[in-house]
Structure formats: C-alpha cells, structure tokens
Design a protein around this ligand. Structure first.
Ligand code: UDP
Ligand code: MN
Length: 263
C-alpha cells in the first residue's frame, strides 16, 4: 500500500516557467500514487500550463488565483518589498504562493471529504526546486508531520533538523534561526487527513517573511512531534535550487509575435 502524495505547486508566468515545469513534471512522472495540484498565480488558466499538464499523463488538478499584493499589505510593506527587491532577492521578503497554496488546501478538503480513501500526505513543492525520487519514498512514512534536510537554502549548504535519540532536538539553520520551525517549505510533509481535522489550517500574508512554514506547521505539531526522516535527517534528498532570471533580447516583445515556446 502506498499513500497518495498531494504535491502542491504554485506557479507564475515567466521566461523559464515552461523549462522549470517540464523538469519538475518529468521528475513526477517517476513517482507512484502522486496527485499534482498546480495553482497558477493568474486571473485565467494559461494554455501553457494546461497543455503541459495534459501531456504529462500525471494525475493533476489545475487551479488558479491571482496574488493580490496590495490587499493585505500596508503601504509600508509594499515599500519595504520594493526596496528589498532591488537589493536582495524578492521572495525572501515578499511571501509568494500564499493564496495559491490556500486555494489548493480548500480544494484538498473538498476532495478528501468525498474520497473513499483519505490516506495521503501533503507536500508543498516550489516549481524550481530539485527533488530526488528518494524524498517521495521518505514522505510516505509520515504519520503526522515528517521533516528532513533541504540543500542550498537559507545561506547554508544544508539546513536541517538536528536529531537526538530519534527525535528532533534542534535545528541547524543560519537564516532567522528564531523561526518557530526553521524549516524550508521543501523540508516537511503533513498527513493529508489532518487537514480535515484542522480545516482552519492555512498560510497567512500577515506573518513576516520566512514564517510561512511555521505558520502552517503550528496547526499540526510542536518540535517534539516532528518525525525525522531521511535517515534521521542525515541525507539530502531535495535542494532549494533557483533558476536564474534569464536575460534575453527584446524582453518587451516576448509575447508578440508568438514564439514556438508560447504554449
Ligand atoms: N510564485 C508564484 N507567484 C509569484 C512568485 C512565485 O506563484 O509571484 C511561486 C513560484 O512559482 C514557486 C513558489 O511560488 O513555485 C515559490 O516562489 P520562488 O520559487 O520564486 O521562491 P524562492 O525560490 O525564491 O524561495
Ligand atoms: Mn524557488
């Protein structure tokens, strides 16, 4: 018996989107009992993503919701956001994927309520990370919340939970080590059934950057409850890789005339 893995992936339109989604979808084609929930950050579903999903032969659900950047943020947040954008990397300061992941969780609850078999595990997957097939084997062992190391993240080669006698005793994290759970989104999975028991569990735009993981984990676990996987958190099976923003000629003419890579 293999529990279903619900992989939740927000995605947005950009030059490397099709390349990133191609790589990820072709990894996922090797994973059994996998259901990919892809949520576009857009007002309409795009043909690019629709076609890519259709051609993948994966089991998937295609959703969309546009991030409303100003809705929940004050003018100051926006200024900080713009200011930091120019100096550092945007996403560390402006949470992305919040509305998209929450929409996916709403979909999941509705789906599981009607499902005969509610067993499964939820994994939040960025579209540009690198996933070893081994990470999927690990997350199927999750009882409530499982954790494991993530490579190349938070200024470290590896950010990871520290394990003593089979339990998480602390974390090896350099970036904001005071986070309640200093764990990257790629470093944990949650039993899907728990989302039915805690329907209020969701991400929030109101927390500071880097606290999204803690925001969702707090509904399900304390440090003592975390289940260390990947050989007591000694193995790296996922990397927070980031695709470099490409520079191309005539970026403004990207969309017109159509290019062969449009859909
Ligand atoms: N994302 C999104 N809308 C945005 C920016 C990002 O939906 O405006 C998605 C993105 O496709 C990815 C996830 O949110 O799946 C995390 O974003 P990103 O990979 O840029 O974050 P980082 O790697 O910088 O932490
Ligand atoms: Mn990323």
């Amino acid at each position: 018996y293999l529990p279903t893995i619900y992989g939740i992936t927000p995605t947005y339109s950009r030059l490397a989107q099709k390349a990133d989604l191609t790589r990820l979808s072709q990894t996922l084609m090797h994973v059994k009992n996998f259901h990919w929930v892809v949520i576009e950050d857009s007002t309409e579903k795009t043909k690019l993503v629709a076609n890519l999903l259709k051609e993948s032969n994966l089991k998937y659900t295609h959703l969309n919701i546009k991030t409303h950047r100003t809705k929940h943020s004050t003018v100051m947040d926006i200024n900080i956001c713009l200011f930091k954008t120019s100096l550092y990397n945007t996403s560390w300061y402006c949470a992305s994927g919040v509305e998209q992941r929450n929409l996916a969780l709403d979909w999941l609850k509705g789906y599981l309520q009607k499902a005969e078999d509610t067993r499964g595990v939820v994994y939040f997957m960025d579209d540009d990370n690198t996933y070893s097939l081994k990470v999927f084997d690990e997350m199927r062992k999750v009882k409530n919340v499982g954790v494991w190391p993530v490579g190349i993240v938070g200024g470290m080669r590896v950010e990871m939970p520290l394990v003593t006698d089979g339990k998480v005793s602390g974390y090896n994290a350099w970036w904001k080590p005071f986070r309640p759970f200093p764990i990257d989104m790629a470093g944990f999975a949650i039993n899907a059934t728990l989302f039915l028991e805690h329907p209020e569990a969701k991400f929030s735009r109101k927390v500071q950057s880097g606290f999204q993981e803690s925001e969702i984990l707090k509904y399900f676990a304390t440090k003592d409850d975390l289940e260390p996987l990947a050989d007591n958190c000694t193995k790296v099976y996922v990397w927070h890789t980031r695709t470099q923003k490409p520079s191309i000629l005539n970026p403004k003419k990207l969309k017109r005339p159509p290019v062969p890579d449009d859909h």
